[in-house]
Write a new protein. Structure first.
Length: 103
């Protein structure tokens, strides 16, 4: 892509500056916009999800990312055991917790 901009300079004239500087001036704001509209909100959501997962305790009603509703029966370092029906316990990764319904 950089070669396209280097070739697009007028022939026979001095472009009047470093092509790298003009490239950064053109794409610097685009990169900043992408950071503030895509990357930063995603990082914020990841932090919120991590806080939600770390706050889950035994007895909380949760919904997994797959849509399974249940009550937390046991919590491990990386897994959570959820009771989805009488005498039916399923073990999930903690990262699969979608949201907490109630305490």
């Amino acid at each position: 892509m950089l070669t396209f901009f280097l070739m697009a300079q007028p022939q026979g004239q001095d472009a009047g500056g470093n092509p790298i500087v003009s490239f950064l001036i053109m794409f610097g704001p685009l990169i900043a916009i992408m950071y503030f509209m895509i990357i930063r909100p995603q990082q914020k959501r990841a932090k919120q999800h991590q806080a939600l997962v770390s706050a889950v305790k035994k007895g909380d009603r949760i919904v997994t990312s797959a849509g399974i509703h249940g009550t937390v029966n046991d919590i491990d370092e990386t897994t959570v055991t959820v009771t989805i029906a009488a005498n039916t316990h399923v073990t999930f990764d903690k990262s699969s917790i979608g949201h907490v319904l109630s305490n």
